[in-house]
Design a protein around this ligand. Structure first.
Ligand code: ADP
Ligand code: ADP
Length: 228
């Protein structure tokens, strides 16, 4: 099943900056696709288009054959993780993860159960009552990932989530993410400028050329260990 599709998508900012140029890509259910390319080639823009945060200047972006804006409005199918964990400093870890569930409404007890489930998944079950300032950068990113998972999205959009972390923490989180991706059966779109990260994580790499962002090639990635 096609989950995300970009059809001849162009994005022009301020009538001159061409961020994307006739970008074509089709992503199927369960894929882990990295968007790889140099800084400024339009990776974030491509991701923001899928999240309905930008509109294409030309061409179409579809999520499950609908417009991203509609999908965001009507479902919890899409979640976004940014480079910065973006946690609310005055809320505990548990309350940060609960936030998107509260906004959706429903049974409070179920919400708490689900928040604890995802925090457990990222190894933070013992930190529910901590505040963001008490956590390391890697732990904050884990909270941010848990918050995204709490609404059980079908598509996870990640924009250089590990770029600010040290090497060891990054590698740990990469392995955890692979584990989560397999358990939760999500489709992941992952922006990175790090070749090793793209090769290690993805089932497919969309290589983008510098300015204006075109798809220059696609690569299937075979890993030395089995997936699924
Ligand atoms: P990447 O994620 O690959 O670094 P971006 O998608 O962030 O690239 O940006 C692609 C190009 O579009 C860059 O030249 C950037 O300066 C420009 N750009 C991105 N967002 C905006 C915006 N909101 N307004 C104007 N220019 C933008
Ligand atoms: P809610 O429970 O209504 O979602 P929050 O728990 O997010 O609200 O925030 C509690 C209150 O604290 C809000 O009224 C918010 O405006 C206020 N607030 C905003 N910024 C800060 C801050 N930096 N420190 C403490 N409180 C803040």
């Amino acid at each position: 099943m096609e989950v995300v599709s970009y059809q001849r998508v162009s994005k022009v900012f301020n009538s001159e900056t061409v961020a994307l140029m006739e970008f074509d890509l089709s992503i199927k259910k369960g894929e882990f696709v990295s968007f790889l390319g140099p800084s400024g080639c339009g990776k974030s823009t491509a991701l923001r288009l899928a999240a309905g945060l930008e509109r294409p200047s030309n061409g179409t972006v579809k999520i499950f054959d609908k417009s991203p804006k509609k999908v965001i409005k009507q479902t919890n199918d899409i979640a976004f993780v940014f480079q910065d964990a973006n946690l609310l400093p005055w809320r505990t870890i548990l309350d940060n993860v609960l936030l998107p569930l509260e906004l959706r409404g429903g049974n409070k007890k179920e919400q708490k159960k689900e928040a604890i489930r995802v925090l457990e998944m990222v190894g933070l079950k013992d930190y529910l009552d901590y505040y963001p300032r008490q956590l390391s950068g890697g732990m904050k990113m884990r909270v941010s990932i848990a918050r995204a998972l709490a609404a059980k999205p079908k598509i996870l959009l990640m924009d250089e989530p590990f770029a600010a972390l040290d090497e060891i923490t990054r590698q740990t989180l990469q392995m955890e993410l692979l584990d989560i991706w397999q358990k939760e059966e999500m489709t992941i779109l992952f922006v990175t400028h790090n070749v090793f990260e793209a090769v290690f994580l993805s089932t497919r790499i969309a290589v983008m050329s510098a300015r204006p962002g075109r798809l220059s090639s696609e690569m299937e990635v075979d890993l030395p260990f089995p997936r699924k």
